[in-house]
Design a protein around this ligand. Sequence first.
Ligand code: G6Q
Length: 533
Amino acid sequence: MSHALDALSDHRDALNDVSLAALCDAPGRRDRFVHSLDGMTVDLSRHLATEETLGLLVALARERDVERLRDAMFAGEPVNTTEHRAALHVALRNQSDRPMLVDGVDVMPGVRDVLRRMQAFCAALHGGDWRGATGERITDVVNIGIGGSDLGPRMATEALRPWWTSGIRAHFVSNVDPSHLADTVASLDPARTLFIVASKTFGTQETLANAHAARSWIVDALGGDAVERHFVAVSTDAGRVAAFGIDTANMFEFWDWVGGRYSMWSAIGLSIAAAIGFDRFLDMLEGAHGMDAHFREAAPEQNVPMLLGLLDCWYRNCWGCQSRAVLPYDQHLSMLPAYLQQLEMESNGKRTRLDGTPTSKGTSMVVWGAPGTNGQHSFHQMLHQGTTLVPCDFLVAASSCEPSPDARGDMLIANCLAQAEALARGRSLEEVIEDGTPPELAPHKVMPGNRPSTTILYPRLDPKRLGALIAMYEHRVFTQGAVWGIDSFDQWGVELGKVLAGEILPGLTGEGPVSGDAVSRGLAAEVAAMRES
Ligand code: G6Q
């Protein structure tokens, strides 16, 4: 029972005939709906929201205690209640002198110690002091990890490709499909390749299987003694790292209060630091820390991540939106939609509240998207004229990282602004007919408009900006979860599939009986038949 949500639902009914074009044109709209954050503009004008909506959303945040829950997260309280853990990723980028406590113990000395070890490792790698077993310099680093131990570093290294000036190329292997490792190492020289085995638990089946296969690749080429110079680990479990055969002197620690999908700021980001250099990795942490301070200190009315999260709840719970599109008009952010899929859908794709009762309202939207302008030539059709309302995030830099002598950078921005405008304004039947369109064709050219979007504009994508941007999304997701009263930091829904895969595997390898339900057993039998034919 939520009075604030009921009030929002009534208010939404009153907005049935609202015109987004008229809202956008109203005097003073920019003053209230455009936010400036350390040089980044977050424009909320193109939302199906009035001053009153914002007031009601802030009332929702107050009713759901979002500020207190935020403070509890920053205080290291066990906000991940089903796993009895803190979710203190903000400590990983804490650049202040403020202690960050978990169970009454300041975690900052440990955080700084690992950062110093990462710094020393990067210096050795980049300076040529850390060499392969045959004395060659390392030129390629391959991160082996999956989920949170893959998507964050992969997204960030791609985003920061223009800063790959350390002489190290970063690669990522996540899929247990043997093709992923094979394709990745096909062009690499074992003598110059270093593997980072990144796994919080060091028990993830896919990662360990790939790490064993990578070790065979090194051993076959360079001999067993080479493993020590070609493998390092990032994990919370020193015992398992040692059991795998990696010297724990070459292990970078993190902690159980760092959730996998919130871990790119920890040593899980070692591949980022290896590619862009440690100082720039620190810049990324600094950008995130700035956003943390904003989220922690700004009043809800001015708190950008909080407002974004509240607007998500508005669309999900009052407009029935099932999905949100993330449209970076920035090629280097091509991995952002995939990264946000995990951040948002694994965090808030839940149906049970903290108190164990089922939710009565929708939770996580489906997050999807692709870089602009590519998407314009495929799925934007549905955004403009489909029967489903899909709020969009547009992200665009004022200046591309790649200066060009022609107008391509301006074309990119023009298209980004045009898409958001077209979605909001649409095109009426009258306008279409006025253009001389034949009557039988006119209905097909009508665009309903009133389709909301956020535009996030930043000067240029750099490590600090990326850090701020990702931290903004993290806190947006936190706000959604707080409103919905769910645990944003667990992921029990992924467990059943892992158990069933473990039961089905022996039947495929021939080491045990064929198991699974009738459909799985039937398909497993077909696999066997296809392999024999
Ligand atoms: C993230 C999830 C999940 C996790 C992977 C890898 O929040 O927990 O994506 O990151 O399953 O786990 P390991 O790092 O333990 O290998």
